[in-house]
Design a protein around this ligand. Structure first.
Ligand SMILES: [Zn+2]
Ligand SMILES: [Zn+2]
Ligand SMILES: [Zn+2]
Length: 434
């Protein structure tokens, strides 16, 4: 029986080529094209078309050599920019922000010699979208609504002061300090003060959609800041806008749709209830409550940046790219780039008092001018899997020292097993399961 030959759709071809590139990071276009055809015998694709897709995905090798260049010029990279006026000395004097150029964006480099084991800084989250087990504890009054630390019977624990018998809010805080800090986001996410936000939070929970929960937190923070003063608002707004992001098209190209995130119909629905939560509640009583919290009108520009559908999607993308493994968004931490052989690690050491606070520690000696790196993927995975995962997340082909070394010496691993075991233990201890 004859089976007809078909021309794959643009999406099919892209995803096949992204996979192939991840498996064969160093092959030239002609070889990759051959592999594509042998893996998909019923496809008809010209080499020219393969080349075009690889080019538009940023997955071609540099023309001068068969090996990927290390400057990252050919990979997809999230764009990011420097946060104007960011005072990093409030966290540390040991590092500084460096802008590496359009492709790579920003990063952190050491300003002085740093010794292995040294604490570089501690940081509380800009916003926190805790892992679901902690979120569930928060929503059942068992973990602090600000820092997510599981609550004890301490007399310091304070229930949400706005909770009422008609519209109860289950959230409690571990101290006055946490209650005060929660004022930057909680009012707009409080079941009592802004009941219109409840469907959004439930929707994020039901779909286990961390980026949506984080975006809800972020939007709440920006809107509340806007009600305060110009300085508070412009600082927060600047932080959000400077976060690394990929355009939606780039995210889709790099396999975002094929990943764990919900499909387009779900995005639409999420957008509708997001707008209902913060801008246009569905019922009159909800509108009234929201208008009590948001008295100052939002400028047209900001409203557009927050609520337009395409901006909402970019917002979700920003969250996905910048959240720490436990769901916090940290201003300084979000500057650290990835390496599969990181020189700093991120821990949650204040487990009893401030679970969401991170401590950034040097894993090894770091010389002045050297860049700081964390790992975004489980470093125990082999080269191909690490690269594939990073490509899927939109970071392009990883060309960190370890990847480049492993690629050229595939017969002999260049990273000791002990180091990998060490990293694995660290991921389990400090970052949870990725
Ligand atoms: Zn707390
Ligand atoms: Zn509340
Ligand atoms: Zn790598």
């Amino acid at each position: 029986m004859a089976t007809s030959v078909v021309s794959p759709s643009a999406d099919e071809l892209k995803s096949a080529l992204v996979d192939l590139r991840a498996e064969h990071p160093t092959l030239g276009i002609a070889k990759l094209h051959e592999l594509l055809l042998s893996a998909n015998p019923f496809w008809t694709v010209s080499e020219k078309r393969t080349r075009k897709v690889l080019q538009s995905e940023g997955l071609t090798l540099s023309p001068s050599s068969a090996k990927p260049s290390t400057d990252g010029a050919n990979s997809i990279h999230p764009s990011s920019r420097i946060i104007e006026g960011l005072d990093i000395e409030k966290w540390t004097t040991k590092v500084e922000v460096k802008y590496f150029g359009k492709t790579k964006g920003k990063g952190l480099v050491a300003k002085e010699s740093i010794a292995a084991g040294e604490i570089l800084w501690k940081e509380d989250p800009f916003i926190l979208a805790p892992e679901w087990d902690l979120y569930d504890l928060q929503m059942s009054s068992l973990a602090c609504g600000y820092c997510s630390t599981p609550l004890t019977n301490s007399p310091l624990v304070i229930p949400c002061p706005m909770s009422s018998s008609t519209t109860p809010c289950p959230v409690r805080f571990c101290s006055r300090l946490c209650l005060a800090r929660s004022g930057r986001t909680h009012p707009l996410l409080c079941a009592s003060q802004n009941p219109a936000s409840a469907p959004l939070l439930h929707f994020a929970r039901r779909n286990q959609w961390m980026a949506l929960q984080a975006l809800a937190q972020c939007t709440a923070r920006v809107l509340i800041a806007q009600q305060q003063d110009e300085k508070t608002f412009s600082e927060d707004w600047e932080v959000v806008r400077a976060l690394a992001q990929l355009g939606m098209e780039e995210r889709v190209k790099s396999g975002w749709l094929g990943g764990a995130e919900p499909d387009r119909a779900t995005w639409k629905k999420a957008h509708r209830i997001y707008v209902q939560a913060f801008q246009e509640p569905a019922t009159e009583p909800e509108k009234k409550r929201l208008s009590k919290l948001l008295k100052k009108p939002l400028s047209k520009d900001v409203a557009h940046e927050l609520f337009d559908y395409d901006r909402f999607l970019s917002g979700l993308g920003r969250m996905s790219l910048n959240l720490e493994a436990h769901g916090g968004l940290y201003i300084l931490h979000s500057h650290i780039n990835h390496s599969c052989m990181p020189n700093v690690s991120v821990r949650h050491l204040d487990q009893r008092t401030a679970l969401s606070r991170i401590t950034v520690i040097a894993r090894q000696d770091i010389a002045p001018g050297e860049e700081l790196f964390i790992t975004y993927v489980n470093p125990e995975q082999p080269l191909d899997q690490r690269r594939r995962q990073l490509i899927e997340w939109g970071f392009g082909l990883c060309k960190c020292d370890r990847c480049v070394a492993e690629e050229s010496e595939t017969s002999e691993a260049t990273v000791g097993k002990a180091d990998v075991d060490d990293l694995e233990a660290e991921l389990k201890a400090g970052l949870g399961v990725m």
